[in-house]
Ligand binder design. Sequence first.
Ligand code: MN
Length: 250
Amino acid sequence: MILLISDLHLEEERPDITRAFLDLLAGRARSASALYILGDFFEAWIGDDAMTPFQLSICQALRELSDSGTAIFLMHGNRDFMLGQVFCKQAGCTLLKDPSVVPFNGEPVLLMHGDSLCTRDEAYMKLRRYLRNPITLFILRHLPLRTRHKLARKLRSESRAQTRMKANDIVDVTPEEIPRIMQEYGVKTLIHGHTHRPAIHKLQIGDKAARRIVLGDWDRQGWALQVDDSGYALAPFDFAPPPQLAAPTA
Ligand code: MN
């Protein structure tokens, strides 16, 4: 059994999401042969050299899962594209290129974060090309921490403001981009996150049946896609209620 998740947007300010993720790692993920995290795992990441105690605790929890025998694959999202090999090595994860083709149930499946499918958002695509350029990344990684924090805050607030302003269909995937990229990689199944619109879309590519599975973001509830012999099952799950305050003993 394989599990796929994305868009947890982990941050210290959301202990409910963090706990739900740690529960998944200690529970369901233990019986999985592999866990795929398809981007925007962290809400923000300014460099492996600037890990907070919170981020280190997540790293440690991943390590425990990988030590228990579950392979962990991590893909960058638009929020955590600075996540690097130091973190992955420490967490026992393998960094996956976006896009990547993997075999599930003997079928090649295309995995992506999904932001690169939103080609109608030209301003974002331009920014993306700039930020993912190896030279830009090299410069970003060598900026002082304070500058990196400032830049990350600026990028996040600009992205929030622009997403509110942009039309709905601009921040969703470009419909024509889906069959194009699936044909380019020769797959009948595409799995991605990013848009926060979880669904299994049935498609027709040429004369063949195909599907696009969109993972859900973790906010009010969690989402996971399970792949096993019986196929693909995408389902939400509730977060556990917050721990009860201890009753006074006297
Ligand atoms: Mn995203």
